[in-house]
Design a protein around this ligand. Sequence first.
Ligand code: HEC
Ligand code: HEC
Ligand code: HEC
Length: 211
Amino acid sequence: MKKKTCSLITMLLCLPALVWAAGLPTSEGAASELRSWKPFTADGLHDPSNPAMVELQQPGEAMAMFPKDFGQIGNQVDWVRALEQGVIVPRTNIFPDTYIEVLDLDIIMNRTSQMALVRFPHKAHTQWLECSNCHDKIFKKKAGSTPVNMFAILMGEYCGRCHGAVAFPLTECRRCHSVPRRAFTGNVGAQKGAGKTYKPVMDQKAVGINQ
Ligand code: HEC
Ligand code: HEC
Ligand code: HEC
Protein backbone atom coordinates (compact mmCIF):
# COMPACT_ATOMS: atom_id res chain seq x y z
CA MET A 1 0.00 0.00 0.00
CA LYS A 2 2.79 2.36 0.96
CA LYS A 3 4.60 1.60 -2.27
CA LYS A 4 1.45 2.32 -4.28
CA THR A 5 0.91 5.71 -2.62
CA CYS A 6 4.51 6.55 -3.33
CA SER A 7 4.28 5.75 -7.03
CA LEU A 8 1.00 7.69 -7.28
CA ILE A 9 2.78 10.76 -5.96
CA THR A 10 5.71 10.24 -8.32
CA MET A 11 3.32 10.07 -11.25
CA LEU A 12 1.46 13.22 -10.21
CA LEU A 13 4.76 15.03 -9.93
CA CYS A 14 5.82 13.76 -13.32
CA LEU A 15 2.78 14.88 -15.29
CA PRO A 16 3.84 18.55 -15.60
CA ALA A 17 7.29 17.38 -16.70
CA LEU A 18 5.68 15.14 -19.30
CA VAL A 19 3.56 18.04 -20.59
CA TRP A 20 6.71 20.10 -20.86
CA ALA A 21 8.56 17.31 -22.63
CA ALA A 22 5.64 16.93 -25.05
CA GLY A 23 6.34 20.43 -26.32
CA LEU A 24 9.96 19.75 -27.17
CA PRO A 25 10.98 19.23 -30.77
CA THR A 26 11.70 15.62 -31.57
CA SER A 27 14.18 13.83 -33.76
CA GLU A 28 11.50 11.51 -35.04
CA GLY A 29 12.81 11.48 -38.62
CA ALA A 30 16.17 10.13 -37.55
CA ALA A 31 14.52 7.65 -35.18
CA SER A 32 12.83 5.90 -38.11
CA GLU A 33 16.24 4.70 -39.23
CA LEU A 34 16.76 3.05 -35.86
CA ARG A 35 14.20 0.32 -36.40
CA SER A 36 15.59 -3.02 -35.35
CA TRP A 37 14.17 -6.18 -33.86
CA LYS A 38 15.94 -8.63 -31.60
CA PRO A 39 15.97 -12.24 -32.79
CA PHE A 40 13.72 -14.57 -30.75
CA THR A 41 16.81 -16.24 -29.27
CA ALA A 42 17.91 -12.92 -27.71
CA ASP A 43 14.63 -11.20 -26.78
CA GLY A 44 14.56 -12.55 -23.24
CA LEU A 45 11.03 -13.89 -23.83
CA HIS A 46 11.62 -17.10 -25.76
CA ASP A 47 13.56 -20.17 -24.68
CA PRO A 48 16.62 -20.26 -26.97
CA SER A 49 17.17 -23.96 -26.27
CA ASN A 50 13.75 -24.91 -27.60
CA PRO A 51 14.32 -27.05 -30.73
CA ALA A 52 11.27 -25.45 -32.45
CA MET A 53 12.98 -22.06 -32.39
CA VAL A 54 14.43 -22.55 -35.89
CA GLU A 55 10.90 -22.91 -37.29
CA LEU A 56 9.84 -19.41 -36.26
CA GLN A 57 10.08 -16.53 -38.68
CA GLN A 58 12.20 -13.80 -37.09
CA PRO A 59 10.39 -10.51 -36.31
CA GLY A 60 12.90 -8.51 -38.35
CA GLU A 61 12.18 -10.62 -41.39
CA ALA A 62 8.42 -10.64 -40.83
CA MET A 63 7.91 -6.95 -40.07
CA ALA A 64 10.59 -5.05 -41.97
CA MET A 65 8.30 -4.51 -44.98
CA PHE A 66 5.30 -3.40 -42.91
CA PRO A 67 4.40 0.32 -42.81
CA LYS A 68 6.82 1.99 -40.44
CA ASP A 69 6.29 3.40 -37.01
CA PHE A 70 9.24 5.18 -35.46
CA GLY A 71 12.23 3.20 -34.24
CA GLN A 72 11.97 2.03 -30.62
CA ILE A 73 8.23 2.83 -30.43
CA GLY A 74 6.16 -0.23 -29.60
CA ASN A 75 7.02 -2.92 -32.10
CA GLN A 76 7.86 -0.28 -34.71
CA VAL A 77 5.00 -1.06 -37.09
CA ASP A 78 2.17 1.30 -38.04
CA TRP A 79 -0.53 -1.32 -37.55
CA VAL A 80 -3.50 0.85 -38.56
CA ARG A 81 -1.95 1.48 -41.99
CA ALA A 82 -0.80 -2.16 -42.23
CA LEU A 83 -4.46 -3.14 -41.97
CA GLU A 84 -5.73 -0.36 -44.26
CA GLN A 85 -3.20 -1.19 -46.97
CA GLY A 86 -4.03 -4.90 -46.79
CA VAL A 87 -0.46 -5.81 -45.76
CA ILE A 88 -2.07 -7.86 -43.03
CA VAL A 89 -5.47 -9.52 -43.47
CA PRO A 90 -6.50 -10.81 -40.04
CA ARG A 91 -9.51 -13.11 -39.82
CA THR A 92 -12.50 -11.05 -38.72
CA ASN A 93 -14.15 -13.77 -36.68
CA ILE A 94 -13.63 -17.28 -35.40
CA PHE A 95 -17.32 -17.96 -34.77
CA PRO A 96 -19.62 -17.40 -37.77
CA ASP A 97 -22.22 -15.62 -35.66
CA THR A 98 -19.82 -12.89 -34.45
CA TYR A 99 -21.24 -9.60 -35.66
CA ILE A 100 -18.64 -7.17 -37.03
CA GLU A 101 -19.47 -3.48 -37.07
CA VAL A 102 -17.04 -0.79 -38.13
CA LEU A 103 -18.12 2.62 -36.86
CA ASP A 104 -16.61 5.71 -38.53
CA LEU A 105 -17.19 8.28 -35.79
CA ASP A 106 -14.62 10.62 -34.26
CA ILE A 107 -14.97 11.98 -30.73
CA ILE A 108 -13.17 15.21 -29.79
CA MET A 109 -12.27 15.39 -26.09
CA ASN A 110 -11.34 18.78 -24.61
CA ARG A 111 -10.47 18.23 -20.94
CA THR A 112 -6.80 18.32 -21.85
CA SER A 113 -5.44 21.32 -19.97
CA GLN A 114 -2.61 22.90 -22.03
CA MET A 115 -2.34 19.91 -24.31
CA ALA A 116 -3.88 19.73 -27.77
CA LEU A 117 -7.39 18.22 -27.88
CA VAL A 118 -7.79 14.46 -28.14
CA ARG A 119 -9.36 12.96 -31.25
CA PHE A 120 -10.63 9.45 -30.59
CA PRO A 121 -11.25 7.66 -33.90
CA HIS A 122 -13.86 4.86 -33.66
CA LYS A 123 -12.88 3.54 -37.08
CA ALA A 124 -9.25 2.73 -36.24
CA HIS A 125 -10.57 0.87 -33.18
CA THR A 126 -13.64 -0.97 -34.47
CA GLN A 127 -11.59 -2.45 -37.31
CA TRP A 128 -9.96 -4.61 -34.63
CA LEU A 129 -12.27 -4.44 -31.64
CA GLU A 130 -15.89 -5.11 -30.80
CA CYS A 131 -18.06 -2.39 -29.27
CA SER A 132 -18.25 -4.48 -26.09
CA ASN A 133 -14.48 -4.21 -25.60
CA CYS A 134 -15.10 -0.60 -24.57
CA HIS A 135 -18.86 -0.11 -24.05
CA ASP A 136 -20.16 0.37 -21.50
CA LYS A 137 -17.63 -0.93 -18.98
CA ILE A 138 -14.69 1.35 -19.93
CA PHE A 139 -16.51 4.18 -21.73
CA LYS A 140 -20.13 5.28 -21.61
CA LYS A 141 -21.89 5.63 -24.95
CA LYS A 142 -22.29 9.36 -24.59
CA ALA A 143 -19.46 11.73 -25.46
CA GLY A 144 -18.15 13.66 -22.45
CA SER A 145 -19.83 11.44 -19.85
CA THR A 146 -16.85 9.25 -18.85
CA PRO A 147 -14.49 10.85 -16.28
CA VAL A 148 -11.36 10.20 -18.36
CA ASN A 149 -8.14 11.85 -17.21
CA MET A 150 -4.48 11.43 -17.92
CA PHE A 151 -3.53 10.23 -14.47
CA ALA A 152 -6.00 7.34 -14.66
CA ILE A 153 -4.79 6.57 -18.18
CA LEU A 154 -1.20 6.37 -16.95
CA MET A 155 -2.46 4.03 -14.21
CA GLY A 156 -3.79 1.70 -16.90
CA GLU A 157 -7.45 2.79 -16.98
CA TYR A 158 -9.53 4.06 -19.94
CA CYS A 159 -7.28 4.44 -23.02
CA GLY A 160 -4.44 3.03 -20.89
CA ARG A 161 -6.12 -0.39 -20.80
CA CYS A 162 -4.68 -0.93 -24.26
CA HIS A 163 -2.29 1.92 -25.03
CA GLY A 164 1.04 1.08 -23.45
CA ALA A 165 0.00 -2.59 -23.32
CA VAL A 166 -1.07 -3.80 -26.77
CA ALA A 167 -1.38 -0.54 -28.71
CA PHE A 168 1.06 2.35 -29.21
CA PRO A 169 2.60 3.59 -25.95
CA LEU A 170 1.45 6.52 -23.80
CA THR A 171 4.71 8.37 -24.44
CA GLU A 172 3.30 9.19 -27.91
CA CYS A 173 1.29 12.12 -26.54
CA ARG A 174 0.63 13.71 -29.89
CA ARG A 175 -0.92 10.70 -31.46
CA CYS A 176 -3.91 11.15 -29.11
CA HIS A 177 -3.54 14.89 -28.46
CA SER A 178 -3.64 15.53 -32.20
CA VAL A 179 -5.98 18.50 -32.63
CA PRO A 180 -4.49 21.95 -31.96
CA ARG A 181 -6.86 23.71 -29.57
CA ARG A 182 -6.72 27.06 -31.35
CA ALA A 183 -7.35 25.55 -34.75
CA PHE A 184 -10.48 23.69 -33.63
CA THR A 185 -13.63 25.71 -34.18
CA GLY A 186 -16.24 22.95 -34.15
CA ASN A 187 -18.17 21.44 -31.24
CA VAL A 188 -16.46 18.95 -28.95
CA GLY A 189 -17.88 15.44 -28.57
CA ALA A 190 -19.15 13.29 -31.44
CA GLN A 191 -18.26 14.78 -34.83
CA LYS A 192 -20.66 14.98 -37.74
CA GLY A 193 -19.90 12.97 -40.86
CA ALA A 194 -17.15 10.47 -41.48
CA GLY A 195 -14.06 10.41 -39.26
CA LYS A 196 -10.82 12.08 -40.27
CA THR A 197 -8.42 9.95 -42.26
CA TYR A 198 -4.99 9.75 -40.70
CA LYS A 199 -1.76 9.86 -42.66
CA PRO A 200 0.79 7.12 -41.99
CA VAL A 201 2.25 7.85 -38.55
CA MET A 202 5.66 8.62 -40.07
CA ASP A 203 4.10 11.49 -42.06
CA GLN A 204 1.85 12.90 -39.35
CA LYS A 205 2.53 16.50 -38.40
CA ALA A 206 3.55 16.90 -34.77
CA VAL A 207 1.28 19.03 -32.58
CA GLY A 208 2.85 21.08 -29.80
CA ILE A 209 1.33 22.27 -26.52
CA ASN A 210 -0.54 25.55 -26.09
CA GLN A 211 -1.86 25.37 -29.63
C1 HEC B 1 -11.60 1.43 -28.09
C2 HEC B 1 -12.79 1.79 -27.37
C3 HEC B 1 -14.10 1.92 -28.11
C4 HEC B 1 -14.72 1.00 -28.94
C5 HEC B 1 -14.22 -0.37 -29.37
C6 HEC B 1 -15.98 1.58 -29.30
N1 HEC B 1 -16.13 2.81 -28.71
FE1 HEC B 1 -17.77 4.02 -28.80
N2 HEC B 1 -16.84 5.43 -27.64
C7 HEC B 1 -15.56 5.31 -27.14
C8 HEC B 1 -15.21 6.53 -26.43
C9 HEC B 1 -13.88 6.83 -25.78
C10 HEC B 1 -16.34 7.37 -26.49
C11 HEC B 1 -16.49 8.74 -25.81
C12 HEC B 1 -16.92 8.50 -24.37
C13 HEC B 1 -16.93 9.74 -23.52
O1 HEC B 1 -16.53 10.81 -23.99
O2 HEC B 1 -17.36 9.64 -22.35
C14 HEC B 1 -17.35 6.64 -27.27
C15 HEC B 1 -18.61 7.13 -27.55
C16 HEC B 1 -19.58 6.45 -28.30
C17 HEC B 1 -20.90 6.96 -28.59
C18 HEC B 1 -21.47 8.30 -28.15
C19 HEC B 1 -21.51 9.29 -29.29
C20 HEC B 1 -22.29 10.54 -28.94
O3 HEC B 1 -23.03 11.02 -29.80
O4 HEC B 1 -22.18 11.06 -27.82
C21 HEC B 1 -21.56 5.99 -29.31
C22 HEC B 1 -22.99 6.04 -29.84
C23 HEC B 1 -20.62 4.89 -29.50
N3 HEC B 1 -19.41 5.21 -28.86
C24 HEC B 1 -20.90 3.73 -30.19
C25 HEC B 1 -20.00 2.69 -30.42
C26 HEC B 1 -20.31 1.51 -31.21
C27 HEC B 1 -21.64 1.22 -31.89
C28 HEC B 1 -19.18 0.74 -31.21
C29 HEC B 1 -18.92 -0.55 -31.95
C30 HEC B 1 -19.16 -0.51 -33.41
C31 HEC B 1 -18.17 1.44 -30.41
N4 HEC B 1 -18.72 2.62 -29.96
C32 HEC B 1 -16.90 0.96 -30.14
C33 HEC B 1 -14.73 4.21 -27.25
C34 HEC B 1 -14.99 3.06 -27.98
C1 HEC C 1 -3.96 6.96 -25.70
C2 HEC C 1 -4.28 8.36 -25.79
C3 HEC C 1 -3.49 9.37 -25.00
C4 HEC C 1 -2.13 9.51 -24.95
C5 HEC C 1 -1.07 8.71 -25.66
C6 HEC C 1 -1.88 10.65 -24.09
N1 HEC C 1 -3.06 11.17 -23.65
FE1 HEC C 1 -3.26 12.77 -22.37
N2 HEC C 1 -5.31 12.53 -22.38
C7 HEC C 1 -5.98 11.58 -23.12
C8 HEC C 1 -7.40 11.69 -22.83
C9 HEC C 1 -8.49 10.84 -23.44
C10 HEC C 1 -7.55 12.74 -21.90
C11 HEC C 1 -8.87 13.24 -21.26
C12 HEC C 1 -9.64 14.06 -22.25
C13 HEC C 1 -11.05 14.38 -21.82
O1 HEC C 1 -11.59 13.69 -20.94
O2 HEC C 1 -11.64 15.34 -22.36
C14 HEC C 1 -6.20 13.25 -21.63
C15 HEC C 1 -5.92 14.32 -20.77
C16 HEC C 1 -4.67 14.87 -20.60
C17 HEC C 1 -4.37 16.05 -19.80
C18 HEC C 1 -5.39 16.89 -19.04
C19 HEC C 1 -5.21 16.82 -17.56
C20 HEC C 1 -5.50 15.48 -16.96
O3 HEC C 1 -4.86 15.12 -15.97
O4 HEC C 1 -6.34 14.72 -17.48
C21 HEC C 1 -3.04 16.28 -19.89
C22 HEC C 1 -2.24 17.40 -19.24
C23 HEC C 1 -2.47 15.23 -20.74
N3 HEC C 1 -3.48 14.40 -21.15
C24 HEC C 1 -1.14 15.12 -21.06
C25 HEC C 1 -0.58 14.07 -21.79
C26 HEC C 1 0.85 13.90 -22.03
C27 HEC C 1 1.92 14.85 -21.53
C28 HEC C 1 0.99 12.76 -22.76
C29 HEC C 1 2.26 12.09 -23.22
C30 HEC C 1 3.22 11.77 -22.16
C31 HEC C 1 -0.34 12.24 -23.02
N4 HEC C 1 -1.27 13.06 -22.41
C32 HEC C 1 -0.59 11.11 -23.77
C33 HEC C 1 -5.42 10.66 -23.99
C34 HEC C 1 -4.08 10.43 -24.19
C1 HEC D 1 -9.64 -1.84 -26.04
C2 HEC D 1 -8.35 -1.33 -26.46
C3 HEC D 1 -8.17 0.16 -26.74
C4 HEC D 1 -8.65 1.23 -25.99
C5 HEC D 1 -9.43 1.19 -24.69
C6 HEC D 1 -8.21 2.42 -26.69
N1 HEC D 1 -7.48 2.09 -27.80
FE1 HEC D 1 -6.69 3.39 -29.18
N2 HEC D 1 -6.02 1.81 -30.30
C7 HEC D 1 -6.15 0.48 -29.97
C8 HEC D 1 -5.56 -0.35 -31.01
C9 HEC D 1 -5.48 -1.87 -31.01
C10 HEC D 1 -5.07 0.53 -31.99
C11 HEC D 1 -4.35 0.16 -33.29
C12 HEC D 1 -2.92 -0.25 -33.04
C13 HEC D 1 -2.00 0.91 -32.78
O1 HEC D 1 -2.13 1.97 -33.46
O2 HEC D 1 -1.13 0.78 -31.90
C14 HEC D 1 -5.39 1.90 -31.52
C15 HEC D 1 -5.07 3.05 -32.23
C16 HEC D 1 -5.36 4.33 -31.78
C17 HEC D 1 -5.06 5.54 -32.53
C18 HEC D 1 -4.32 5.60 -33.86
C19 HEC D 1 -5.22 5.88 -35.02
C20 HEC D 1 -4.46 5.92 -36.29
O3 HEC D 1 -5.12 6.11 -37.33
O4 HEC D 1 -3.23 5.74 -36.31
C21 HEC D 1 -5.46 6.60 -31.75
C22 HEC D 1 -5.35 8.07 -32.09
C23 HEC D 1 -6.03 6.06 -30.53
N3 HEC D 1 -5.95 4.68 -30.59
C24 HEC D 1 -6.53 6.82 -29.49
C25 HEC D 1 -7.18 6.29 -28.36
C26 HEC D 1 -7.75 7.11 -27.29
C27 HEC D 1 -7.72 8.62 -27.24
C28 HEC D 1 -8.31 6.23 -26.40
C29 HEC D 1 -9.09 6.56 -25.15
C30 HEC D 1 -10.16 7.57 -25.27
C31 HEC D 1 -8.08 4.89 -26.90
N4 HEC D 1 -7.38 4.97 -28.08
C32 HEC D 1 -8.50 3.72 -26.27
C33 HEC D 1 -6.76 -0.02 -28.83
C34 HEC D 1 -7.43 0.71 -27.86
